[in-house]
Each structure stands twice: as C-alpha cells, then as structure tokens.
Design a binder for this molecule. Structure first.
Ligand SMILES: Nc1ncnc2c1ncn2[C@@H]1O[C@H](COP(=O)(O)OP(=O)(O)OP(=O)(O)O)[C@@H](O)[C@H]1O
Ligand SMILES: [Mg+2]
Length: 461
C-alpha cells in the first residue's frame, strides 16, 4: 500500500508539471516574450509593494499613532489633575487650536465597552488596530476607537477617573493618504513600460512571422518572390539563408527539368530513325523484339517529357477540387470502369494548386487503379482544418506491403504486372509523388478494405 503511494508520488508530479506548463504557456513567440517581460515586472511590483507596506508604511502609521496617543494621554492627565470646568475648557480650546483635536469631557460617565466594535472596511480596522495598540501602550485606562474611513474621521473615548474624555480627530493625523501616490507611480510606470515593450516587441516579431509564413509557402510549392529581408540581425541572417536556399532549390529544379527535356528530346530523333530501320528489317522474331524495345523506350521518353511538362512554369491558382477530380474521373470512365466519387458536402474545398500538375498526379493514380482493378472508389474529404485528403481505392490485386516504397522509384514495376497487357513504364507513381510533395503534401499506400490498393493523398489547404 505504502509502496504504491510512494511510487505514484514519485512519478506523477513530473508528467503533470510538463502538461500543466504546456497548457498555460502561450503558443506564440510574442506571447512567450511578453510573459518573460511581465513575470519579472509583476514580481518586482509585488515585492516592492510588500516591502513598502511592511517596512515603511506600517512604521510610519505606528509613529503617527504614537504621537497622537501621547497627546491624548497627556490631555487626559491634565484633565484629571484639574477637572474643574474652567480649566477643562481652557485645555480643550488649546487642543482644538494647536493639535487639531476636538475634545469634550463628560464627567461622571463610564465607557460602554460595546461602543468600540469591529471597524467597517479593511483600512478602517487597520488604522484602528495600530492606533489602539499605541494608545494601549501609553495608558492603562479603558478606551474606545472608532474609525469612519469614508468621513475621514476618528473618534476616541478615554476613561478618566472622573468621567469620559471624547476626542475627535481628522484621520490624516493617523494615516498618510498621499502614500497612494507611490503605488500609483509604481503600477502606472510599469504599465507604461509594458505598453512600450509590447509595441516594440510586435515590430521585432513581425519579420520572424513573415519568414515562417514564407518558408511554409515555399514548402507548399508556392511562390515567395515578394519576401523582404528585414528585422534584427539574426532574423535577417535567417531570411537571407532562406532566400539563398530558395534560389538554390529553384535552380536545381530548373537544371533537372532542362536536362530531362534535353535528353528526352535528343533521344527522340535517333529512336524514330531506329523505328523506321526496324520496319525495313522485316518480320523475324529478332526484329519483333527490337520493335518491342524501341516501343518501350519511346514510352519512357514520353514519360520523361510528361514529367518535365508537369514541372514547367505552371503557377498555382485557387482551384475547386471537386470539378478537377470529376474531370479526371470522367476521362478514366471512358475505359469502361466503374468509378465512384464521393465528397463531403463542404463549401470550402477549393485550394491553391497547380491544376495541370494536380490533374496529372490524379490521372496517374486513378489510371493505375483503373488498369489493375474493375471498380474504383475516389473520396475527397477534409479530416481536419486546412487539410484535404483524397483517397483512391480499388478492388484489384493491390501491392504487397514490402513494395510500397519501391513503386515510388522511377521505372520500378511490380513483377507480375510486367505480363499484364497494361504495359506502363513505371513512372506514374514517382511523378504523382513528386507533384504531391511539391504541393507540400504526402502520398501513402495502404491496403484497402475493398480488397485492392488504397492511395491516400494529403494536401495542405
Ligand atoms: N492500383 C494498383 N493496383 C495494383 N498494383 C498497382 C496499382 N498501382 C500501381 N501498382 C503497381 O505499382 C507499379 C508502379 O506504378 P506506376 O504507376 O509507377 O507505373 P506503371 O503504372 O507500371 O507505369 P506508368 O504509370 O508509368 O504507365 C505498377 O507497375 C504496378 O505494379
Ligand atoms: Mg501507372
């Protein structure tokens, strides 16, 4: 029992703390830097407020109370030593004039204990407590203290030998209200400080946010030509590095595209010549094999050229995905296959894509399904915000799981399919993957519940 308890206590705090911190920590850089600034400021304020009240203010209130208590006790003694009305009147007049104390003496009375109840409000009881303490130290006689904080007035009753001395005095004799100004300064100035910091920080964080957006856009294969390098030195460095990287990647893509286009184009002419020559040779089995090879090579070159075309200078545009997919499906249906298309009833299924490339990608995947199966199901959905999922399923033979990676390699074809009359070159899936990646998405293969292959294309919206 005890062991369990120890175990729990040892393990739990760590996991809870982490989660706790994560849920309360702001997610944005702006929020976090603001927190870094606010926490010390609030801490300093709390500490200084505490120190101020504890050390300075308490002490001062004590001193003021001490002085007033002394005066009251002194007057009490004077009245006690000469209680005749004329002398008392003289004393009260003097006290009113010089000490700001309004005094009345009621001979023969005694203090009702109940008259000094708990004070209303925090400050009233605070003043009463301190004053009562000081007065209690200076006299043994019973007394009452009543503070009316609203009216800024304090009533004191002191029991003397022959009666009760009532003293009214203004609150300011016990309580320095100007000390509020100190607090106003502390909190006001730090509020101003925070406001200024917020303004400056926003300006500092804006370039970082812009860089993040630009990198995200570029990752999705969109243009970021208008990105301006700005901000603090480190941010500029990161921005410059990003722009250099972008240039390098663009140049590489361009080089690859040009090279592919050049090679394909150059190979075409000799191939055409070879086909003509093969036709002249006649109909021997060797000639047939040669013709088959030539045909295959032509297909490969066609594949290359398609690949290259897909990466031309096509610009991304906002496209409604439903008609785009429908167009591809309608073409595929001409081959006499059943294709079901379902999509969620969502208004916002349009996204920024390169329509020609996207159409080529879907044509390749749906084309495969149509080639290897009889029934195809295409589904368009939005599993989460800003993500679109296209699933292409079929009831064909499918692909073995260990080949999932291989089929994305150029010219790779699963063995059995070599014999099928379909006769592709093995570029369909690599091209599809290239296009999906260029849109910042992913393409995955799975086993479909319909029996065949399920191709899942996830695209950021
Ligand atoms: N829906 C599918 N069902 C079964 N096998 C498939 C399916 N899609 C692809 N494959 C297998 O993956 C291999 C690679 O496909 P890929 O589209 O890259 O080439 P291809 O279809 O053979 O030729 P291409 O598309 O270039 O004309 C295919 O040869 C085939 O064996
Ligand atoms: Mg294919």
């Amino acid at each position: 029992m005890r062991k369990n308890w120890v175990k729990k206590r040892m393990i739990r705090p760590k996991t809870i703390n982490k989660k706790w911190i994560k849920t309360f920590l702001p997610k944005t850089l702006f929020g976090r830097s603001l927190l870094i600034l606010i926490i010390p400021v609030i801490l300093i304020q709390l500490i200084s407020t505490y120190v101020f009240f504890d050390r300075h203010w308490n002490k001062m209130a004590g001193r003021l109370s001490y002085a007033v208590a002394g005066e009251i006790v002194l007057i009490g003694r004077l009245v006690e030593t000469s209680p005749d009305p004329a002398a008392v009147e003289k004393i009260t007049a003097l006290a009113g004039d010089k000490l700001d104390l309004i005094i009345s003496y009621r001979p023969g009375e005694t203090i009702q204990k109940t008259s000094s109840g708990p004070q209303e409000g925090y400050w009233a009881s605070y003043i009463a407590r301190i004053f009562a303490k000081e007065l209690g130290q200076q006299t043994q006689n019973p007394f009452t203290v009543d503070v009316d904080f609203q009216e800024k007035w304090v009533e004191v009753g002191l029991q003397l030998e022959g009666g009760v001395l009532n003293i009214s005095l203004p609150q300011r004799r016990l309580f320095a209200s100007t000390t509020y100004i100190f607090l106003l300064w502390v909190y006001g100035s730090s509020t101003v400080l925070l406001l200024i910091a917020v303004l400056f920080m926003r300006n500092q964080i804006r370039p970082i946010r812009k860089l993040a957006i630009a990198a995200e856009r570029f990752g999705k294969g969109r243009d970021v030509e208008r990105f301006k390098i700005e901000g603090a030195r480190e941010v500029r460095q990161a921005g410059q590095a990003f722009m250099d990287m972008r240039t390098r990647i663009l140049r590489q893509i361009e080089q690859r595209t040009t090279m592919l286009a050049g090679v394909s184009h150059d190979l075409r002419t000799p191939l055409t010549r070879m086909r003509l020559q093969a036709a002249l040779i006649g109909d021997s089995p060797d000639a047939e094999a040669l013709k088959g090879d030539i045909e295959e090579m032509e297909k490969m070159i066609e594949g290359y050229l398609n690949f290259v075309r897909g990466e031309g200078n096509e610009q991304p545009v906002i496209t409604d995905m439903v008609p785009l997919i429908e167009g591809v499906i309608n073409l595929a249906r001409r081959q006499g296959r059943d294709i079901d298309f379902t999509h969620e009833d969502l208004e916002n299924l349009s996204m920024t894509v390169r329509p020609l490339a996207m159409r080529r990608c879907l044509t390749n995947v749906i084309g495969n399904a149509v080639k290897y199966a009889h029934h195809v199901w295409v589904k368009l959905e939005k599993p989460e915000k800003k993500t679109v999922l296209i699933t292409i399923e079929d009831n064909g033979p499918g692909i073995k799981e260990e080949k999932y990676e291989d089929v994305f390699k150029p010219f790779y074809r699963v063995d059995e399919s070599r014999n099928v009359d379909t006769g592709g070159v093995g570029l369909g899936l690599p091209i599809a993957m290239d296009i999906v990646n260029a849109h910042g998405g992913t393409i995955n293969l799975e086993k479909s519940a319909r029996g065949g292959l399920a191709v899942k294309i996830t695209l950021p919206q």
